[in-house]
Design a protein around this ligand. Structure first.
Ligand code: PLP
Length: 410
């Protein structure tokens, strides 16, 4: 039977006693610590390494923000707090998580269309920067600020007239629900300044999950050009610029890791030659999956091994209710295999072609198709890698009532 390759396993995972180990602990031990399968395990060592690689590659002038929606687990937020410069949130629920971690709201910015009045009020009260997505939202924010007697911190999210090429999710270029069309930004900025708000500059996010360094470099160049032009038109200078990010990680066979050094070198050049309106601007990138994606592994257990019309199925207690993206149902057109392994026999030669599926009653619940794996039995543990971002929080865990996965940080 034909096999389909699985995606590349991220660096930094090894075997101990033949089992996959994370942070030096074999998966059998981790599952016991988690108290159950399925479980997400997040590795502090991976988080630390990724941030230090980034800091080494980027100019010191450019800060790094963490986009909380990628993984809002409290222990992950707490681990990131001393490592990053700022946090980007997208709801008052995420603000509550930030507050629970005792993170200074002055480090936090709040983007996202459809912010409710009550969300704007708690954010303004806390002192969070609002990345306003429309003229209407800016007017509501100013009115709420007046009513509660607090000066709001306001930036404008720009809908740029370009996009991040090759990105998995396009967030700019043409009509969008996000941000204010670039040509209308100066007028709105002048209104925000005239109304006495603390003017916090611009937020320009052009896309997500890009692996091509040249595409990111081009987009960042365009972001800086647009920000300089808008800054010039608004007041001659810009206090702050959130430059977006969109750095991707390899999920699928033939995906190649982003050339971070190349991106870093280009950003050094840009920073050395910043146009006048940006000469004093505070700059940051905002990254989600690049910071946390490879730090997470999803572990589930083989419940049944069965054969149907000559095809072997490993039926696990996990599935798309925790791993919507790995199942191929979160923004992908053609389903391809994530990096998946038999964690209990991590070093064994593969000689078995299997379909790894979840426990949900739907043909959509697939974790690996026609994968060449070591022979696995009932009770063995399966690992899905690249599970640190958009896993637990971006999957329909209430669907079919199996409940959420455990989450553990080591
Ligand atoms: C989702 C999102 C991010 C994070 O995207 P990643 O692909 O996880 O890096 C950053 N900024 C904004 C505005 C977002 O909506």
């Amino acid at each position: 039977m034909k096999t389909k390759p699985v995606g590349p396993i991220p660096a930094g995972y090894h075997a101990i006693g033949g089992e996959l180990a994370i942070a030096g602990r074999p998966v059998s031990d981790l599952v016991e610590a988690a108290g159950q399968t399925p479980a997400f395990v997040y590795s502090r060592g991976h988080l630390d390494r990724r941030i230090s690689e980034l800091r080494a590659a980027l100019p010191a002038r450019i800060g790094v923000n963490y986009a909380v929606k990628a993984n809002p687990h409290p222990a992950v937020i707490a681990h990131m707090a001393p490592l990053v410069d700022g946090f980007d949130i997208a709801s008052s629920g995420e603000l509550a998580m930030i507050n629970a971690a005792r993170i200074d709201p002055a480090r936090v910015s709040f983007a996202g269309p459809g912010k409710r009045d009550d969300e704007l009020e708690v954010a303004i009260t806390a002192g969070v920067t609002l990345n306003c997505e429309s003229e209407g939202e800016a007017r509501r924010s100013l009115a709420i600020s007046q009513r509660i007697g607090k000066t709001p911190r306001i930036a404008i999210r720009v809908n740029p007239d370009f996009e991040l090429k090759g990105s998995g999710m396009k967030m700019g270029g043409g009509a969008k629900p996000f941000g204010v069309d670039a040509e209308r930004v100066p007028e709105l900025a002048r209104l925000i300044i005239a109304e006495g708000a603390e003017w916090c500059g611009l937020h320009i996010f052009t896309g997500s999950q890009a692996l091509n360094a040249d595409a990111i470099i081009e987009a960042q160049g365009n972001v800086l050009k647009l920000a300089a032009k808008l800054g010039e038109e608004i007041s001659g200078e810009l206090p702050k610029l959130n430059m977006g990010g969109g750095f991707g990680i390899p999920y699928f066979p033939n995906d190649e890791a982003l050339d971070l050094a190349k991106v870093g070198q280009a950003l050094h050049r840009y920073v050395d030659e910043l146009p006048q309106p940006l000469s004093k601007t505070q700059l940051c990138l905002e990254l989600g999956r690049y910071l946390v994606g490879e730090a997470g592994v999803y572990l589930c257990r083989v419940i049944d091994r069965k054969v149907s019309h000559g095809t072997t199925y490993l039926v696990t207690d996990g599935g798309l209710h925790h791993q919507l993206a790995a199942s191929g149902n979160f923004g992908t057109v053609v389903r391809r295999n994530y990096p998946v392994a038999i964690a209990s026999h991590y070093e064994t030669e593969p000689d078995d072609i299997v379909n790894v599926v979840g426990c949900l009653c739907t043909p959509l619940d697939r974790l690996a198709d026609q994968a060449l794996m070591p022979r696995a039995q009932v009770g063995d543990i399966v690992a899905v890698f690249c599970a640190g971002a958009y896993g637990a929080s971006a999957s329909p865990s209430a669907f079919l009532g199996h409940g959420p996965a455990a989450e553990l940080i080591v």
